[in-house]
Design a protein around this ligand. Structure first.
Ligand SMILES: *Cc1c(COP(=O)(O)O)cnc(C)c1O
Length: 452
């Protein structure tokens, strides 16, 4: 008998006649299945020195290809890093009510831009904005796609061609390519840099305003902190100086806390209400940082200014979608009802007391029959409160091959993201949702059995 050759490979048509192919077609559709069979055949032809695969082997390979092509890349993971607002892991997890609102808005039609009373076109801007003004006392509000878009829109509408004063202490890069000076230039504003890297004085602002400054931008330094010889005048002083010369004061708060972080022993993060009270004419912040909602940019301020932003041509390009607005409105409702600390996951995590976390870590250790429970620190992340930590308790896994174990945890289902401290893999219960304890321990059990 002649040695099997490439000519013995079945045709796509022949393969499609097999029961296994019908099964793949039922799972993935005909077009994709044909693509996968062709790819499996092409691979077999590319490697003629290998054994000629049987029809069954080709079918198996096609099935594996289909699975890998369609495997979701946006997967839910268990965040055991202790970083509450982990930007790479999607920042804030949503509350139950926010998720329900998203489900409702997404599964059918909604009054996104429809006025039920008049039976006519309504305002998209209505949904979260009335809640925002009620909550903060601001005259008007506007929601956009994210805070970067908010800053760009504000400066494009209010500072284009104008001299915008900014302190060198605030010319920061937030990450992911967002640099305050670049966004300012992109908007068409002319930068007037004042002060030094570590210090700026009220006189610097006053001199710039007297020298032709037309708008003052104050930007939260976000994810970095200057220690040592540093300082800035209070926002209220800067705003007053701006107003004395008829200039606008814009405050990019970054995180936009509505609750006082100092209640949990953290540094005090300036709140939205404080910024408004200090005299900022426009305040903006993210929806998915300390607010604990969906990705969004929130702008608050005087009605006349907000209305200019709404009319700007960029507005259409940065407007939020219905899913975002649904989640945001539900999140804001938690604050209005005074239940944010209980219902908004990021605040629940920040508020979790060390004693409760220790009990959980101990319970993990007990269930696994290994590991050591050690005192540690959780961080807030997301450009909020750099350098600030909350005391926590960590489950430290037995030492040895920590990097390998970390990688194996990422490969688990669901993937577990942990960190290494003193050459040991540690897991922080603060950021693990309570309902994830079961899946986490199951994944760890499977893994650690393999590691010993
Ligand atoms: C995070 C942050 C931004 C960007 O916000 P996104 O919502 O991520 O677009 C802008 N400014 C400051 C000060 C920030 O902290």
């Amino acid at each position: 008998m002649a040695a099997p050759s490439l000519r013995d490979l079945p045709s796509v048509e022949a393969l499609l006649q097999m029961d296994a192919a019908a099964h793949l077609v039922s799972l993935y559709g005909r077009a994709l299945t044909v693509d996968a069979l062709r790819a499996a055949l092409a691979a077999a032809r590319q490697a003629p020195d290998l054994q000629i695969p049987s029809a069954e082997q080709l079918m198996d390979r096609a099935g594996a290809l289909l699975q890998s092509w369609l495997a979701p890349t946006l997967r839910s993971v268990i965040n055991a890093t202790g970083v509450v607002l982990h930007t790479n892991l999607g920042r804030a997890p949503l509350s139950r009510a926010a998720l329900q609102a998203v489900q409702q808005a997404g599964e059918g039609y909604a009054t996104l831009e429809f006025d039920l009373e008049r039976g006519a076109r309504g305002a998209r801007s209505l949904h979260a904005e009335t809640l925002l003004t009620r909550l903060t006392g601001a005259e008007a509000a506007l929601v956009v796609n994210n805070n970067a878009a908010a800053v760009l829109l504000i400066l494009s509408a209010l500072a284009k061609g104008k001299r915008a004063v900014i302190s060198r202490t605030q010319l920061v890069e937030i990450g992911g390519g967002f640099r305050v000076p670049d966004v300012m230039r992109q908007s068409g504003a002319k930068l007037m840099e004042i002060g030094a890297t570590n210090r700026v004085h009220l006189e610097d602002y006053e001199a710039a305003l007297a020298g032709g400054g037309q708008l003052v931008l104050h930007a939260h330094p976000s994810n970095f902190r200057i220690i040592g010889f540093s300082g800035e005048p209070a926002l209220a002083e800067v705003a007053a100086a701006a107003h004395r010369t008829g200039c606008l004061m814009v405050d990019d708060l970054g995180s936009g806390a509505l609750l006082d972080t100092a209640r949990w022993g953290l540094a005090h993060e300036p709140t939205v209400m404080e910024s408004l009270a200090a005299g900022a004419d426009i305040v903006c912040f993210s929806g998915d940082k300390l607010l604990g909602g969906p990705q969004a940019g929130i702008i608050l301020g005087q009605a006349e200014l907000i209305s200019r932003l709404k009319k700007h041509p960029l507005m259409r390009a940065v407007r939020p979608d219905k899913l975002c607005l649904a989640a945001l409105a539900a999140t804001l409702t938690h604050y209005l009802k005074g239940e944010a600390e209980r219902e908004v996951p990021v605040w629940r995590m920040i508020a979790a007391e060390p004693g409760a976390l220790q009990a959980r870590a101990c319970q993990w250790a007990q269930t696994l029959g290994l590991g050591e429970v050690l005192a540690g620190e959780s961080t807030i992340g997301g450009g909020s409160l750099p350098g600030e930590t909350r005391p926590t308790w960590l489950l430290a896994l037995p030492p040895g091959r920590a990097n390998r174990l970390l990688a194996d945890l990422r490969a688990a289902d669901p993937p577990v993201i942990a960190r290494i401290e003193a050459e040991r893999v540690v897991l922080d219960p603060r950021t693990v949702l309570p309902e994830q304890d079961g899946p986490l321990l199951a994944a760890l059990n499977r893994l650690l059995a393999g590691h010993h």
